[in-house]
Ligand binder design. Structure first.
Ligand code: AGP
Length: 616
């Protein structure tokens, strides 16, 4: 939701903090700000708008030299993106600067208490109350910033990652986290705090996970962690397995273009080491207990947005292979509908960031009900895998563009591996059947490469349709979640109405949307899979075409039967029915990216969005 960076060490703090914020700007970009300590004074600069606005402000009004600093890029929750609402927030006595990611749910009550005590609040944010509370608690904590943070956290409800500075403790940054991401970077004579390792990976690959309700105190030579009760905690160390260049554009104009192009490698990496020489599944690292697998009677997927679409695709495959019922639940709805979940349920939480609050809260609810939990996640050291019984990491590498692409394909692949593993352990598939599917999966990187080599017509089509008011997406079977994903991409990037439907559902109402020339993208099932699916979708195409729709068919090579019914055909390679989403999605990603580019939008950082939504 917001980007947070803290630094203490030997370097110029401003340089480290701003470069970290630049890497985190995808997490939120309504406003940005920094605070540093110099000669016993706090120096703060903050500005509405993107990081570039802050940098030009600092260019006009430079900060003094300093080796201790914190910085923030904001995705507004309380109060608009204005200069006064930008973080850091400073206490009335100018003693404390604080930055925050999350939502203080009891901030109104705290604000009223502070106001009644004569404190003047100058912003509309929930965060500002924390600055005043820390300043109030500091003398009660004998001016120990860590203790003041502990006392303050005891007053807060909701989700928060906090970093604060006190100029009277010039080489100290104190952080705290509850239900919101924070990770430590461990350097030589310097240490880092950030919402995401991308902020400091150029300086160190050694990191420490921070758990729930923990407070971290950083000095140049040390990192100490306590829980909210003051008990010492030994944080779990891990090594970041990718370098800073992976978070760069590497010559691509957009992160999204780079990440679309990285999909063959991302899928190959996600498969790597999980398919044995004899094409048997190897998921030992996932820590999936065979006894548990044999005992479960159903699977539930909890996820949001694109990750939920990946779960919907996986449902078809996992049910087909295991004969276990699979429910896909939008995480934000899951725990409020009194779901039937318990020790007989395997709950799979799919999340690229591993910090999506809706998904995290749904996971916790599932655990409270006794379910077994497995995370499919792209971010090592993040909260959702840490709180799951088992984890299978996707290996897409850092996904910087807010609109998810390579994470989606690797989530599907990881979910397929889990499904095959369940089928293998439960004996629902013969070993030779598993081997055959794994061979097909192993071919997918090259199939995706083929699609990437033939997407130029998709770009031209997007430019032709740049003025379309609306685009509909139709699919059947695994093509339906692909239609939803294609529509989401277009909404996110082109800011236009787009809607995905099960093709069979159109005639039950939505067909009223069809008017002359409306573009309708149809993901056409392979005629080699279930012929009936193909025949039905041809009928659906005719229904809308008869009413003036412009048909854009995503159809496999060699399927000439579709030709008479489509105005445009985007060809994809022949693959097994259940694997078609891995190739059919790519043209839709390119279509949305090109449409957004043609409209002059910020493709990597679309308006109103954030990469990781860490509030409910
Ligand atoms: C994807 O394009 C969106 N940015 C969004 O729907 C995203 O998939 C969703 O917020 C879930 O995020 P997660 O995978 O990090 O949990």
């Amino acid at each position: 939701m917001c980007g947070i960076v803290g630094y203490v060490g030997q370097k110029q703090a401003l340089e480290v903090v701003v470069s970290g914020l630049r890497r985190l700007e995808y997490r939120g970009y309504d406003s940005a700000g920094v605070a540093v300590i110099s000669e016993g004074e706090l120096e703060v600069r903050k500005k509405a708008g993107k990081l570039a606005n802050l940098e030009s402000l600092i260019g006009q009004d430079p900060l003094p030299s300093s080796t201790t600093g914190i910085g923030h890029t904001r995705w507004a929750t309380h109060g608009g993106p204005t200069d006064s609402n930008a973080h850091p927030h400073v206490s009335e006595n100018g003693r404390i600067a604080v930055i925050h990611n999350g939502i203080i749910e009891n901030f109104a009550e705290l604000r009223d208490e502070l106001t009644a005590a004569g404190v003047h609040l100058s912003s509309e944010t929930d965060t500002e109350v924390v600055a005043h509370l820390l300043a109030r608690e500091l003398p009660l904590a004998e001016f120990d910033l860590t203790v003041a943070m502990m006392r303050t956290c005891a007053l807060l409800e909701g989700a928060f990652t906090l970093l604060c500075l006190d100029p009277h403790q010039p080489d100290v940054v104190v952080g705290a986290r509850r239900n919101s991401p924070l990770v430590v970077g461990v350097g030589d004579g310097e240490n880092f705090l950030a919402s995401d390792v991308a902020a400091f990976v150029e300086y160190t690959s050694e990191a420490l996970e921070l758990g729930q309700d923990q407070i971290v105190t950083l000095t140049p030579d040390g990192v100490s962690v306590i829980d909210f009760d003051g008990n010492p905690v030994i944080p779990l160390a891990f090594t970041i397995d990718w370098d800073a260049s992976a978070a760069e554009k590497d010559g691509y104009e957009l992160f999204m273009l780079k990440e679309i192009a990285e999909q063959p490698r991302a899928v190959a990496d996600t498969l790597r080491g999980r398919i044995g020489k004899d094409f048997r599944i190897q998921l030992d690292e996932a820590n999936l207990d065979d006894a548990v697998i044999k005992k479960i009677s159903k699977v539930m997927v909890i996820a949001c947005g694109t990750a939920a679409h990946a779960g919907m695709v996986a449902k078809y495959a996992i049910e087909h292979w295991t004969r276990l019922p699979v429910d896909v639940e939008l995480a934000s709805e899951f725990r409020y509908r009194d779901p039937i979940v318990g020790p007989d349920t395997l709950v799979i939480a799919i999340s690229q960031s591993g910090e999506t609050m809706d998904t995290l809260m749904a996971l916790r609810y599932a655990k409270e009900q006794g379910a077994h939990t497995l995370a499919i996640c792209n971010t090592v050291g993040s909260t959702i895998p840490r709180e799951s019984d088992a984890v299978l990491y996707t290996r897409a590498g850092p996904e910087v563009a807010v609109a998810s692409t390579k994470a989606f394909l690797t989530q599907i692949v990881a979910a397929y591996l889990v499904g095959l593993y369940l089928a293998q352990v439960r004996g629902a598939l013969f070993e030779d059947e598993v081997r055959s599917i794994l061979r097909d999966l192993d071919d997918m990187p090259s199939k995706i490469d083929l699609v990437l080599d033939t997407v130029e017509p998709v770009r031209a089509l997007a430019r032709q349709l740049v003025d379309a008011r609306s685009v509909l997406f139709l699919g059947r079977h695994v093509g339906f979640p692909v239609a939803l994903e294609g529509a989401l991409k277009l909404k996110e990037l082109a800011y236009m109405h787009a809607e995905g439907f099960p093709a069979g559902e159109l005639k039950h109402g939505p067909i009223a949307l069809i008017e002359d020339g409306i573009p309708v993208v149809v993901i056409v099932p392979s005629p080699r899979g279930r012929a009936v699916l193909h025949d039905k979708i041809v009928s659906n195409i005719q229904e809308v075409r008869a009413r003036g729709a412009r048909i854009i068919a995503i159809a496999e090579e060699g399927d000439e039967s579709i030709t008479p019914y489509a105005d445009d055909i985007i060809r994809i390679p022949e693959v097994p029915t259940l694997l078609q989403p891995l190739v059919a999605t790519v043209p839709l990603q390119v279509f949305a990216c090109e449409m957004a580019t043609a409209k002059g939008h910020d493709v990597d950082q679309p308006r109103n969005l954030a990469k990781s939504v860490t509030v409910e």
